[in-house]
Design a protein around this ligand. Structure first.
Ligand SMILES: [Zn+2]
Length: 98
């Protein structure tokens, strides 16, 4: 009788261990930290001045968009200011005529 009890307990222990092992990988999967961001997946932007594509982290923000170099930003902003100055002078001419 004691032998039968021993086998029942042994089977229960084996079943418990097998069930424990089978249920174990799921929580370990959930605890795994997310993979580090890959450089290849970084969003790309294009330079407003020359159209060159570059990673968003390397782009220089400026008036009117993103730029690949400070020189391109400066030349684009100079052109924007020239256009605004021309528009302002045209507006002044219209106001003077009427
Ligand atoms: Zn550029």
């Amino acid at each position: 009788m004691i032998k039968l009890l021993f086998w029942i307990v042994l089977l229960a222990v084996i079943a418990f261990v097998l069930g424990f092992k089978r249920g174990r990988p799921a929580p370990r999967e959930a605890q795994r930290p997310p993979p580090p961001p890959q450089r290849g997946l970084e969003p790309m932007v294009s330079c407003t001045e020359c159209g060159a594509h570059l990673p968003a982290s390397e782009a220089l923000p400026g008036r009117g968009g993103q730029f690949c170099t400070a020189a391109h930003r400066a030349s684009h902003e100079a052109r924007l200011e020239a256009a605004e100055a021309a528009r302002a002078s045209v507006g002044r001419d219209d106001a003077g005529r009427s």
